[in-house]
Write a protein that binds this ligand. Structure first.
Ligand code: S3P
Length: 449
């Protein structure tokens, strides 16, 4: 297993070249494959997660080629996918597994989706339930029972049920009849579940709607131009079965979630000034910007504009003193991927930072509450753990330590930033996992020292 030694830094100055946005990248590949004809994706990332999506699509018979800096995807329309020869390996990527399941649920061939050790223990009941409601035949192959039988009947009778299992590998068989459109109220604020159901809706009869009460990232509906409307605190997004997807040209913004590490790094270290260009600023993703600014961070945006329907800007971050905050409620889904690095910012803030209502963190690439509590305590921080979050006392100096990344890219990168502000070197076990979303991450740090 790769281990990185990260030494403290005095200040970080310079430019960071961000990787293209991971969430958007997955979707450009998937939606291009669904379209009939050639789509061009400028700057498709080399990071492992989007590459997992691409290789699954190739295994489904989608041809891709490179033309200069553009990936060309030769989409074959809704009926163009071929039965894969082997299992579809989603690697570490929950987005690949959950969105692809939606696309495969209505196909006339069977498929099996697997993942690495981290993905293999992530919960899939959240997509299995709505897909079965639509008439799909899908099951996990290990873990707990989902509590529904093959006819889609509820078996939550306390017996454990004989129904579908919750964990990958996922086995999808052709449905007995064409999927039916449903109206589905999301039980968990999740863009992956929302997208999975809406994608299955392309192969369903009639309309499929998803109702969300807590906003989650809206890339799918934005990029596919799906109808949506707000009714009180509910947002309803719909698709009509067999809607054609048009091939197009995509340009992918820089990943806000990758920028987050450097927003915090520059804020923590005196004398720092970091510039990042083309940062994606989709409002369903930028909760950390608002929270850091509320904590006192010095973050400026310049040259605000749009690419491929997504707002972007250049960002300049300078060192600033921070104060603690409390976050919970509707902002949590917006900031969910950035909570690990927010915890690192909290260690340097005046007062306590408390994060609640974030139990979803326990179901990410690792149990991120546990991973942060364990790592922060190893570095000497005072941390309280809750079922649904954590509280961190700011102003307690961090010491270099040995950190386990739990096969989780955001844990690896968060503790690398903590290490820069700590006393003494930090050893990060399994640090290569950063390449899941940000292959150049450690080089970017070295270039800023
Ligand atoms: C993602 C949605 C989020 C996020 C993940 C990417 C997406 O997951 O944590 O990193 O691209 O749709 P959930 O939808 O499960 O919250």
């Amino acid at each position: 297993m790769s281990e990185k030694h990260v030494k403290p830094a005095t200040s970080l100055v310079g430019l960071v070249d961000l990787p293209p946005d991971k969430s958007i990248a997955h979707r450009t590949a998937l939606f291009s494959a669904m379209a009939e004809g050639k789509s061009r994706i400028v700057g498709f990332p080399t990071s492992a997660d989007p590459q997992s999506t691409l290789s699954c699509l190739q295994a489904l018979g989608i041809h891709t080629s490179q033309d200069g800096d553009a990936l060309v995807v030769h989409g074959k329309g809704l009926d163009g996918f071929k039965e894969p020869r082997g299992v579809l390996d989603c690697g570490n990527s929950g987005t690949t597994m959950r969105l692809l399941s939606g696309m495969l649920a209505g196909q006339s061939f069977a498929s099996t989706l697997t993942g690495d050790a981290s993905l293999s223990v992530r919960p899939m009941a959240r997509i299995i339930r709505p897909l079965i409601e639509m008439g799909a035949s899908i099951s996990g192959s290990q873990g707990e029972s989902v509590g529904i039988n093959h006819a889609g009947e509820n078996q939550d009778d306390g017996s454990g049920g004989s129904g579908h299992f919750n964990r990958p590998p996922l086995i999808i068989r052709p449905p007995e009849r064409t999927l039916s459109g449903i109206s589905y109220r999301l039980p968990v604020a999740s863009a992956q579940v929302k997208s999975c159901v809406l994608l299955a809706g392309f192969w369903a009869e009639g309309d499929t709607s998803v109702i969300e009460t807590e906003p989650s990232r809206d890339h799918t509906e934005r990029m596919l131009g799906l109808a949506s409307f707000q009714a009180g605190n509910e947002r309803i997004i719909s698709v009509t079965g067999r809607t054609k997807v048009t091939p197009r040209m995509w340009s992918i913004p820089g990943d806000f979630s990758a920028a987050a590490f450097f927003m915090v790094a520059a804020s923590l270290l005196e004398g720092s000034l970091i510039r990042m260009s083309r940062v994606g600023l989709n409002p369903t993703r930028t909760g950390l910007l608002d929270v850091l600014r509320a904590m006192g961070a010095n973050i400026q945006l310049e040259n605000e504009r749009e690419v491929s329907g997504e707002p972007i800007a250049d960002m300049i971050v300078k060192h600033a003193g921070l104060s603690g905050v409390r976050i919970e409620g509707d902002i949590i889904p917006n900031i969910i991927d950035e909570i690990p690095i927010l915890c690192i910012a909290a260690t340097a803030a005046d007062g306590v930072t408390e994060i609640r209502g974030a139990g979803e963190l326990r179901h990410k690439e690792s149990d991120r509450i546990k991973a942060m509590v364990t790592g922060l305590r190893a570095m000497g921080a005072n941390v309280e753990e809750y079922d649904d979050g954590l509280a961190i006392e700011g102003g307690v100096p961090l010491k270099g330590a040995y950190i386990e990344t739990m096969h989780d890219h955001r844990i690896a990168m968060s503790f690398a930033i903590a290490a820069l502000a700590a006393e003494g070197p930090t050893r990060i076990a399994g640090a290569d996992i950063a390449a899941v979303s940000f292959p150049g991450f450690f080089n970017a740090i070295d270039a800023l020292r």
